[in-house]
Write a protein that binds this ligand. Structure first.
Ligand SMILES: Cc1cc2nc3c(=O)[nH]c(=O)nc-3n(C[C@H](O)[C@H](O)[C@H](O)COP(=O)(O)OP(=O)(O)OC[C@H]3O[C@@H](n4cnc5c(N)ncnc54)[C@H](O)[C@@H]3O)c2cc1C
Length: 425
């Protein structure tokens, strides 16, 4: 098989890249392959579905904010039901973190982020289930700190990652793009740009380029290969000697439908959506999400130090992670969790950029890498797809949805220029 552009991976980043490359190059043949049987079935399907623009660096803000505008266009303009609910992202904070984030707010506002702050006395009535002060020895031993304030990103909320992947696939195939599921890339094909046909090639003095991939469906030749294989990208890139600045790490989600959590889930007062915002609980690596469409409450655990790096094909939540671990602190901040157990849980892997936790779009010979999205690839997916398309077309800047521009080299590897981010990336 022979195509102009081959995209490896049908997660949000591969599909978004394929869509924008095809949109801007309608005459070129673009094929996406994925070893799984449908769109977004890798880590995209494992995601919590947070979208957010609460950032202090221009790059992260542009990636997030323009993608959010595109998501609303997909739903409102193009008619895809992708489960958008704008109910905010709330950081509940102890004194030290509250003061630190408050200092960063002018920078965020300067970029255009809508942010609200809440003092402790305002939070109390808004989240009656929340304990903000402890004053007992056990809490002190556990290192639990009183909550002294909150910071809310307003243009943040929930998207359904499965529905998003399906809508991107539909838009891509509408333009004539092809998708082949159940097709695994076994390795990238690397050849000298000028083959001599001699034994022992390639020689170290020859210029090498990626010319496609060996796949379970046979070889696919392509002028440009986009590697969008998520955490599995390292399997394809390591033999090439290409470092995507990424290491895989597990993340776990638990789902609750217990009626004792109903009042918390239906917290009003932060947005017009009758739901608790995405809420991060201080000092616990835990965040909560109300799911208005299913009436459930999700708990994500994003612990970092102490959790090992390493690629896993079928990661699972560790036994006892909720009951014997998270629960002890959670129930102190939110006593409504007393005796409540999850009805479902799963684990996935995020592709952590070890340098600055911001995604990478970078060229190699005959290829483009997109990934290293560090747990926030959904909320930046559209802008990253547009950056891939710009790179493919040899342009320095990508035009993002809504017309704003991003220098693609800023999220590359050589000449990377992201800056230091204060909020989560
Ligand atoms: C528990 C959890 C919660 C998360 N929550 C959020 C969130 O709330 N918001 C957010 O923005 N992000 C979140 N993320 C991160 C988000 O899921 C990722 O950033 C995003 O899905 C990355 O998309 P991707 O296309 O790079 O990867 P993937 O969706 O993993 O896609 C890669 C695809 O490549 C395919 N593939 C790999 N190797 C090959 C090969 N050799 N041949 C063929 N196909 C191959 C895989 O099958 C897969 O379908 C979360 C992640 C996890 C694990």
């Amino acid at each position: 098989m022979n195509r102009d552009i081959l995209v490896i991976g049908a997660g949000v980043l591969g599909l978004s890249s394929a869509l924008h490359v095809k949109r801007l190059n309608p005459g070129r043949s673009v094929a996406v392959i994925d070893r799984l049987p449908g769109p977004g079935q890798g880590n995209t399907a494992k995601a919590a579905g947070i979208y957010l623009n609460l950032h202090t660096t221009r790059v992260n803000y542009l990636l997030g904010d323009s993608t959010i505008d595109w998501l609303y266009h997909l739903q409102g303009g193009l008619g895809y039901q992708i489960g958008l609910h704008q109910y905010g992202y709330l950081y509940l904070l102890d004194e030290g973190r509250y003061e630190k984030l408050k200092r960063a707010i002018p920078r965020a506002r300067g970029l255009g982020v809508e942010v609200r702050t809440y003092e402790a006395e305002e939070l109390g009535p808004l989240i009656p289930d929340l304990t903000m002060e402890f004053g007992d020895e056990e809490a002190e031993q556990m290192g639990l700190k009183p909550i002294t304030g909150g910071v809310l990103g307003v243009k943040c909320g929930n998207v359904d990652p499965d529905a998003l992947a399906q809508s991107l696939e539909a838009e891509f195939t509408k333009l004539g793009g092809e998708v082949f599921y159940g097709t695994e890339a076994e390795g990238l094909t690397i050849k000298p740009k000028m083959e001599l046909g001699l034994p022992g090639e390639p020689y170290v003095w020859q210029d090498l380029t990626v010319t496609g991939a060996e796949t379970s469906r046979g070889p696919i030749e392509a002028e440009t290969t986009v590697v969008a294989a998520g955490v599995w990208a390292e399997r394809l890139l390591a033999p090439l000697g290409f470092d995507p600045l990424m290491r895989p790490k597990n993340r776990v989600i638990f789902v609750f439908d217990d009626p004792r959590l109903r009042r918390l889930r239906l917290t009003l007062g932060f947005s017009e959506v009758g739901s608790l915002p995405f809420t991060s609980i201080p000092g616990t690596s835990v965040y909560l999400k109300g799911d208005p469409s299913e009436g459930t409450l999700w708990l994500g655990c994003a612990d970092d130090l102490g959790r090992r790096y390493g690629l896993e094909d079928d990661p699972q939540p560790e036994r006892g992670l909720y009951e014997d671990n998270i629960y002890h602190a959670l129930v102190r901040y939110l006593p409504c969790f007393e005796g409540v157990r999850p009805v479902n849980s799963w684990a996935g892997q995020r592709a952590v950029n070890m340098l600055d936790r911001t995604p990478v779009v970078a060229p190699g010979p005959g290829m483009i890498y997109v990934g290293s999205a560090s747990g926030y690839g959904i909320t930046k997916s559209d802008a990253l797809g547009r950056a891939v398309a710009a790179l493919y077309m040899g342009e320095e800047e990508a035009e993002l949805y809504g017309g704003r521009r991003l220098r693609v080299g800023d999220i590359g590897i050589d000449g990377r220029n992201v800056g230091k981010e204060t909020f989560k990336v």
